[in-house]
Design a binder for this molecule. Structure first.
Ligand SMILES: Nc1ncnc2c1ncn2[C@@H]1O[C@H](COP(=O)(O)OP(=O)(O)OP(=O)(O)O)[C@@H](O)[C@H]1O
Length: 480
């Protein structure tokens, strides 16, 4: 194939991917890079990259600044492209760039196809599922347990269900399906269940896979024209946990194999635990039977951490970091500042902490507000859109089909009181406004009214799935 045909094929390859499949491929590539580079490097340099398609149909890996771009290009560029070629269904050009160069289109491009002759059909480059499982499980068990999973109102129901599932002899609900935004702790929870279930000795074979591992294992088996060993592996277990289930969606043969696996385990009373970034009803599966099976067990949302939970997670991550940096000392003021400043997800919070560690403990500098500000300045911590009480009132009013005037009025009908409580709860957990200030903005109410609303929602969230869905949907809308 001549250069221009080759380039056209690669462009078409990228054009065949929609943005959600690009994100799915990127997440798989990113996960592999994390395993290969280690958590510290991952958090400092890789977690902050994002991908999108440019106007020319190329996949752009976007770095926060020129320093980051040259680090990525020099250190993981080749590997990233080779991994992409293995995971994606089509070879495509990958441009490693910054936000600035993306617009001016000056970065150098390298062909995935050129680096990985054969692209996805290069089975030798795909790990055998058994090897992958062994390697991944060793890592997961060490890092993610219930002890290191911090619990707050955002994840109380999920944590409770997870513990119940891990300790039960027979499945209390089947399948259990955790869903929530990126970085809210789904994988951590799955790994904690797998770890606790293995330790309890009640389940002999516990198998934890990412959906990517399931897909790769199944496709390798198909290519080898011998699917039975794969079927035996995933069905001969007492508990199967599969993370990032959305990754399988839209791939009919794999979906079908996945459906058969899940139904066969459920009918044999073996526990199935799944996680995805959206609820079963929102998965774009090709076969409705799969959606029905997934929706038929216990569906449990995890929400983004509020301030208290972020602070607990930060304390926990600092304690863990002391295992390799015993002198690490992060003052209380810095912890408070970080928990209030980095609001998007636990992953981002951990990434920021790791950046701070690299820039301080590893360079023998103390962690001060100055060094933290310095580190934050270089981070891509997305300048989070500041959410205001006004935004919350407008969004909640439109979500519940009432007016902002209703929300701040003295009316006490059911149709208005619950949305008002939810809006007050969101104002407390998503902004830095004080209780009296929130009260004033809700029609001049007293701060004790706000406390009552916040407590009521916090308590009810763990037992009322509809409320939890509403709160999660509103958070998503507010974060854009
Ligand atoms: N409640 C928590 N307590 C302690 N650590 C947490 C908690 N929630 C998330 N984390 C940490 O945040 C990081 C990201 O979490 P995790 O990978 O489990 O998120 P996720 O929901 O699976 O995200 P994704 O959908 O992007 O895979 C992990 O290091 C995890 O340990």
């Amino acid at each position: 194939m001549g250069y221009s045909q080759d380039a056209t094929a690669r462009r078409d390859g990228a054009a065949m991917m929609d943005s959600s499949s690009i994100v799915a491929v990127w997440r798989a590539v990113r996960a592999r890079l994390r395993e290969e580079c280690g958590d510290l490097v991952y958090a400092a340099e890789i977690a902050r990259l994002r991908v999108e398609l440019d106007a020319a149909g190329r996949v752009c890996v976007i770095c926060p600044n020129e320093f980051g771009r040259s680090w990525v290009e020099d250190n993981v560029g080749m590997r990233l492209r080779a991994l992409w070629a293995n995971v994606a269904e089509h070879a495509c050009d990958i441009l490693i760039c910054t936000e600035k160069t993306l617009t001016s289109q000056k970065s150098q491009t390298v062909s995935v196809a050129a680096l990985s002759a054969g692209g996805v059909s290069d089975t030798a480059a795909l790990p055998l599922v058994e090897d992958t499982i062994e390697a991944s499980e060793a890592k997961r068990e060490a890092r993610f347990t219930f002890d290191t999973f911090m619990v707050g109102s955002a994840n109380m129901m999920a944590a409770t269900a997870a513990r119940a599932v891990a300790s039960a002899e027979a499945p209390p609900f089947n399948p259990v399906f955790f869903h929530g935004d990126y970085g809210v702790g789904k994988s951590h929870l799955l790994a904690a269940i797998a770890h606790a279930a293995s330790l309890s000795g009640k389940r002999k074979k516990v198998l934890y896979l990412t959906a990517e591992e399931f897909l790769n294992g199944f496709q390798s088996a198909l290519r080898a024209r011998d699917v039975q060993p794969f079927k035996d592996l995933v069905r001969d277990c007492d508990m199967l946990l599969i993370d990032d289930v959305h990754f399988i969606c839209g791939k009919p043969r794999t979906e079908d194999e996945f459906l058969q696996t899940v139904t066969s385990l459920i009918s044999a009373e073996k526990q199935v635990v799944l996680a995805s970034h959206c609820a079963p009803s929102q998965l774009s599966v090709s076969d409705d039977r799969l959606r029905n099976v997934l929706a038929g067990g216990f569906n449990c949302p995890l929400q983004g951490p509020d301030l208290d939970l972020r602070r607990k997670i930060l304390d926990c991550k600092i304690a863990q970091a002391r295992n390799h940096c015993p002198d690490l000392d992060v003052p209380e003021t810095v912890r408070d500042f970080l928990a209030a400043r980095v609001t998007s997800s636990a992953r981002e919070l951990e990434g920021v902490l790791n950046n701070i560690i690299v820039r301080t403990a590893y360079m023998n500098r103390p962690v001060t507000m100055e060094t933290v500000e310095e580190a934050l300045g270089e981070l891509p911590v997305k300048a989070e859109r500041r959410i205001t009480v006004d935004d919350i009132q407008k969004t909640a009013a439109s979500y519940f089909s009432i007016t902002v005037d209703d929300l701040i009025s003295k009316r006490r009908t059911k149709a208005v009181v619950r949305p008002r409580h939810i809006a007050m709860y969101l104002a407390k957990t998503m902004t830095t406004r004080s209780l009296p200030d929130i009260g004033r903005r809700f029609g001049g109410r007293d701060h004790s009214t706000v406390i009552h609303a916040v407590n009521k929602i916090t308590e009810t969230l763990t037992s009322d799935a509809v409320l939890a869905e509403d709160v999660e949907a509103l958070r998503r809308r507010l974060r854009g």
